[in-house]
Design a protein around this ligand. Sequence first.
Ligand code: AMP
Ligand code: MG
Length: 275
Amino acid sequence: MADGTPRSRFDLLTRMRAGDELDLDDHDPGETFGWEKEQAQATVKEEVAALAELQTRLFAEGERALLVVLQAMDAGGKDGLIRTVFTGINPAGVRVTSFGVPSDTELAHDYLWRIHPACPARGQIGVFNRSHYEDVLVVRVKGLVPEDRWRRRYEHIRAFERLLVDEGTAVVKLFLNISKEEQRERFQDRVDSLDEQWKFRRGDLEDRALWPQFMDAYREALAETSTDDAPWYVVPGDRKWVRNLAAAHILHDVLERLDPRYPEPEEGLDGLVIT
Ligand code: AMP
Ligand code: MG
């Protein structure tokens, strides 16, 4: 914003929320929401501390779970986001699962077969680095299954996520939205740095060449599956500090609304002296 007034958490959430008529052109990857870098980084630190406290309560309560689904194009910042936002959270309560190209065994089953066992247990936070959404994204763009088959998956996915929600798992989904130019710069940095070359595969360029097709697939998948129970947020991805702030706000919001409580202690502990 021109006056430099940083947007509130509520305002950010509202602007990032994907509706059922999603237009990705309404979501600028370079958005700052009126924030400055230093200010945002300081706020992220506070948010991460708040998340750690809420996660402790979720874990202690042991009744509900949180599933965070992360999707992005290559170099979209999923790993960096996980590193920043889950720093300081008790590792016993978080599990990150990455979903890559399915194995032969996985391909011999339905596409949700590998997903369900990775969903978080009560008290836990599960983070998906890629997810069942690949089965309506890359699978669609590369024509890995016929259209009539992947198209029916939107409905399966809505039902699957409703099942998770009904049974006590909050579900929140983040699309890290980078521009094609930002991906070019990040790829170039990877190629140019000996420490980062391992992150780059020539095959990444095939997906890059299909950028418009991937954006169409994202637009439709998000619109089809962003529900009140399991909403999608379009997180501006070109600036890492905006991405981190936005994601921290989303997670803070969902955990705050869950409002996990410490269980009642056993009776008669007051004044108990341990000998
Ligand atoms: P990365 O996240 O860079 O390790 O790459 C994982 C790769 O696995 C990406 O290119 C994904 O598109 C691909 N992938 C993930 N899930 C599927 C799937 N269900 N079918 C085909 N490719 C997939
Ligand atoms: Mg990759």
